[in-house]
Write a protein that binds this ligand. Structure first.
Ligand SMILES: C[S@@+](CC[C@H](N)C(=O)[O-])C[C@H]1O[C@@H](n2cnc3c(N)ncnc32)[C@H](O)[C@@H]1O
Length: 218
């Protein structure tokens, strides 16, 4: 009896299962898609492209990032006799220290040209701190992310440099001819090839000596 009952149960299950599957299947095929189904079956709209993070300079800089020590910055600006009538450009302005000092300590208008966007951001941070201490400099300092060989420097009265010998030679041949007579060029470390400077000075900071060169353009 028990065997007969089990046989009956097995036959019943064997018949019901495929019928149930068949019914479900036909339901899902014939059913018109619900709004939620429609949403799911829609192709994904393409996402707007993510702009690459602007962290790289547009080209290899002409000099690596090194900082002029504060004592040397001061002496460079003193030697160039920077004053409130000057327009100072620092070519490759790094963290902005020369620009900020020219405005804060000498009253000049000063512009930093820097190719590295991260250093421009650093300069902006430094400017904010400087402006908090001396608000009057806020409209006298500016930083521009640009290749200084492509910058219009015609209103410059002082140019500061801390580059490499090769870059200085390019500054001499490509930038100096476009500057006004009387413009002072002040360079930390390197000369301008065989162009005789009007003044040089060596200043010791810690164990290191820094050579400063000044030229006054004819
Ligand atoms: C030695 S650091 C001097 C930084 C700052 N002037 C100072 O004295 O502390 C040279 C700087 O020049 C920048 N630089 C190099 N070539 C450049 C170019 N063609 N245009 C703009 N900036 C440049 C570098 O990114 C670097 O920050």
């Amino acid at each position: 009896m028990a065997i007969l009952f089990r046989l009956f149960k097995f036959t019943l299950i064997a018949l019901i299962t495929p019928l149930t599957l068949l019914a479900c299947n036909s339901l899902s095929i014939n059913k018109s898609p619900s709004p939620s189904n429609q949403l799911e079956s829609k192709p994904l709209t393409s996402l707007p492209p993510i702009a690459p993070k602007n962290i790289e300079p547009e080209r290899i800089p002409d000099a690596p990032y090194l900082q002029t020590p504060p004592e040397v910055v001061l002496r460079m600006l003193e030697m160039a006799k920077v004053n409130k009538n000057d327009v100072v450009y620092d070519l490759g302005s790094g963290d902005g220290r020369i620009v900020i000092a020219a405005a804060q300590k000498f009253g000049a208008r000063a512009i930093g040209i820097e190719i590295d966007p991260e250093l421009i951001r650093e300069s902006d941070r430094e400017s904010k701190l400087a402006i908090a201490k001396t608000p009057e400099i806020s409209d006298r300092i500016q930083f521009i992310k640009q290749d200084f060989f492509k910058t219009d420097l015609r209103d410059a009265t002082v140019i500061t440099l801390y580059l490499l010998p090769q870059a200085n030679l390019r500054v001499r041949s490509e930038i100096l001819p476009k500057l006004k007579s009387g413009t002072r060029i002040i360079s930390n470390e390197y000369d301008l090839g065989d162009l005789p400077p009007n003044q040089t000075e060596t200043i010791k900071v810690g164990n290191r000596e820094y050579r400063i060169y000044l030229w006054i353009l004819d």
